[in-house]
Design a protein around this ligand. Structure first.
Ligand SMILES: [Zn+2]
Length: 326
């Protein structure tokens, strides 16, 4: 694969189930141009590859860089990848991607070396190199969303596990015999703290007849409540939303404590929409960690919110190329 060792810029790509985002990134981590397209997940591999290539070309066009100024491309992909082979083994968003070549057609069409990584791992690398984990020796990231993603960065490198399947810290069991999880098992952290679990927790409290400002925010239909609404209502003092975040923070705190006790990291970074609730979520997380993490491990570790938001993916992709070319 062709990497331009001395080029000034790199390209990071964040492939999602709905959108593709590409960014031209300076070696300092500053984004100097962006391109966005739809990923067209239902239209097959070739269409999606075309959309990725288009997003990359748009990013270069929208930047002061020329393609010859770019060292290579790093891309986060939802699912299981084989980064050495440039293949995707499975993706929850792209049905039928079972062992497909994804890097090769991009190399062919753009003419630059292309690296793949799992999206949660790549986002964690972005936070570690350019965001909340800067300087960490061992960093764990949890991304809270429709699932709970995780990434482990050791000495600045993604630790993927021996066959690039882990670590899946969202599927650590925090409540034996708890609710059924998307993975089919019971009581995983994800089953208790992903998007719908948080919404259900708030809705169950509201159904007991207690007043909540979530009713007004959702036009009196609790099915339309979102984690962002819960965060907003909690910040405005809504008791049901505050309790919802406290209970959710407790479960996340158990998951974080387990990670601290097992790995002895210096940073735990927590991102995703609900993390925007700030201290209303982080206070119960930290309180739970203080009770459940081992003393020495606790002294060494900080639990902090993610800093890069939606940019973590493209900056992580960029960081993968930087590590290959410096
Ligand atoms: Zn699970």
């Amino acid at each position: 694969m062709k990497f331009n060792q001395n080029a000034k810029y790199v390209i990071g790509v964040d492939l999602g189930g709905t959108n593709v985002r590409a960014a031209v990134v300076a070696r300092s981590g500053v984004i100097i141009g962006e391109g966005r397209t739809e990923s067209k997940a239902m239209e097959g591999l070739n269409t999606t590859v075309g959309q990725i290539v288009l997003a990359i070309k748009l990013a270069v066009e929208n930047s002061p860089a020329d393609i010859s100024d770019i060292a290579g491309i790093g891309m986060g992909v939802p699912g299981t990848v084989r980064s050495e082979e440039g293949t995707v083994l499975w993706s929850p968003n792209f049905l039928g991607w079972d062992g497909v070549q994804l890097a090769a057609p991009i190399v062919e069409q753009i003419g630059l070396g292309t690296l793949l990584g799992n999206d949660a791992n790549v986002a964690a690398l972005g936070e570690c190199i350019f965001g909340a984990g800067k300087g960490a020796k061992c960093m764990v990231m949890f991304t809270l969303g429709t699932g709970i993603g995780s990434g482990l960065i050791i000495d600045g490198k993604i630790w993927t596990g021996v066959n690039e399947s882990g670590p899946e810290m969202g599927h650590q069991i925090v409540l034996a015999d708890g609710p059924r999880c998307s993975c089919g098992r019971y009581g995983c952290l994800e089953s208790l703290a992903q998007r719908d679990a948080i919404i259900d927790r708030a809705a169950r409290k509201a159904h007991r007849g207690r007043h909540t400002s979530l009713l007004e925010k959702s036009n009196h239909d609790l099915r339309y409540v979102t984690p962002a609404m819960i965060a907003e209502a909690a910040l405005e003092g809504d008791p049901i939303s505050i309790e919802t975040l406290q209970e959710t923070g407790y479960y996340i705190g158990i998951g974080v404590s387990n990670a601290i006790n097992m790995l002895n990291p210096d940073k735990i970074v927590i991102g995703g929409g609900i993390a925007q609730a700030g201290d209303l979520l982080f206070d119960p997380i930290r309180t739970t960690v203080e009770v459940n993490a081992l003393y020495q491990q606790l002294q060494a570790c900080e639990v902090v919110p993610a800093q890069l938001g939606d940019n973590a993916g493209v900056l992580g992709g960029a960081a993968m190329v930087l590590q290959k070319t410096t």
